[in-house]
Design a protein around this ligand. Structure first.
Ligand SMILES: Cc1ncc(COP(=O)(O)O)c(C=O)c1O
Length: 362
């Protein structure tokens, strides 16, 4: 197989796209009277410029992201949650009904949903019973995938979620690097939960392999699930096209302002991450002792996957006390499993007390 450049891998219609140009991007210099975008001259809400369109390039937010995480501003695009960025990658690279995507199984369910919405076929690479990757099998699969071509349709995207949702385990940077080298398309490394892990980020791989895209979100450790901020870090060629394809005003000014504010709270965020990691250990140790628990899977994330004798009975007992957890018992390889998010100390205590009472009943 020949090796493909990023441009080769993109859909031809995206490569030749003339992107929408926002009015405010078309001038240089200072302006004080804005009669270019058909906005209302009145801001009925106050003096916060809610009558004006927000910055489509998120310049101030990107500067703050760059200061906080050390990524260069030109290597970043910000989405309305990382879910928007996942969808964007399908739209940029995958020709509907022709190209395919590869994903681990089990993994984050939204990859399949966005593949289905975009009419993209899926191939799975099953994880082992302990949710690790069988590297030999993975490489054989990659070799088969390399037989496809851009002309006839090929696997364009490979999603690696690390730490993985719902299993909680991470894949080593060496494994990710070698899979990304073997996979001929774009490898997307979803690091939504990396803040809770001690593992190395795949961002360092982008310099060596321009077909790697890393996704981050402010929905988890940064406490902004409601605000919807996702970040993609990639080679500038991919970032440029992601800007062309995203909705011009995909983030409101309010979202951008709140994200900048949250990113100023790094110390507070770091101390809550440390606390959640301690709580994860405490909750996991307690769970190990229940007679109705079969297995507590090790986790590098802010949740724990647990296999129960009777997951639905546990689910109902928790629900009776107003506690909702995530049923994962029908997901591949996760039979008997519920996924428990680590909450506040008080929430975790109530969860454990409810499980203590359940233990007395079984
Ligand atoms: C692995 C993974 N990626 C992405 C997301 C979506 O994040 P966002 O809230 O930024 O859309 C989630 C949300 O649960 C997730 O678990």
């Amino acid at each position: 197989m020949e090796s493909y450049t990023i441009s080769d891998l993109m859909r031809p219609n995206i490569l030749s796209l003339t992107p929408y140009s926002s009015a405010r991007n078309e001038f240089d210099g200072e302006a004080s009277i804005f009669l270019d975008a058909n906005e209302n001259y009145r801001d009925f809400i106050g003096s916060s410029a809610r009558n004006r369109y927000p910055d489509p390039m998120h310049k101030a937010l990107k500067k703050k992201i760059s200061e906080t995480f050390g990524f260069s501003e030109s290597s970043v695009v910000v989405g309305n949650g990382s879910d928007e960025l996942i969808d964007l990658l399908f739209r940029i690279f995958c020709v509907p009904r022709k190209d395919k995507a590869l994903m681990l199984n089990p993994t984050y369910g939204a990859y399949k949903v966005f593949a289905d919405i975009n009419d993209i076929g899926i191939s799975y690479s099953s994880l082992d019973a302990d949710f690790s990757i069988d590297e030999k099998r993975m490489h054989t699969q990659c070799e088969l995938i390399r037989k496809g071509s851009v002309e006839t349709g090929m696997h364009k995207l490979f999603f690696i979620c690390s730490p993985n949702n719902p299993t909680g385990n991470s894949f080593s940077i060496d494994q990710i690097e070698s899979m990304a080298r073997c996979f001929p398309g774009i490898t997307v490394v979803d690091e939504a939960y990396i803040d809770y892990s001690d593992g190395e980020s795949a961002v360092s791989l982008i310099k060596k392999n321009d077909r790697v895209v890393v996704l981050r979100t402010l929905s988890k450790a940064w406490g902004l699930a409601n605000v919807r901020i996702g970040i993609a870090i990639a080679d500038e060629k991919i970032i440029e096209i992601m800007h062309h394809v995203k909705y011009p005003y995909n983030l409101s000014g309010i979202q951008q302002e709140l994200a900048i504010e949250a990113l100023s709270k790094k110390d507070e965020v770091d101390s809550v991450i440390a606390f959640i990691k301690e709580e994860r250990k405490r909750v996991a140790e307690r769970l190990e002792h229940y007679s109705f628990v079969q297995k507590v899977f090790p986790s590098d994330a802010n949740f724990i996957l647990v296999r129960f004798d009777d997951p639905l009975a546990v689910y109902s007992a928790l629900l009776e006390k107003g506690i909702i957890v995530r049923k994962r018992n029908t997901v591949a390889g996760c039979y008997g499993c519920l996924r428990l998010t680590i909450g506040s100390a008080q929430e975790n205590d109530i969860l454990l007390q409810t499980l203590d009472s359940f233990e007395e009943r079984v």
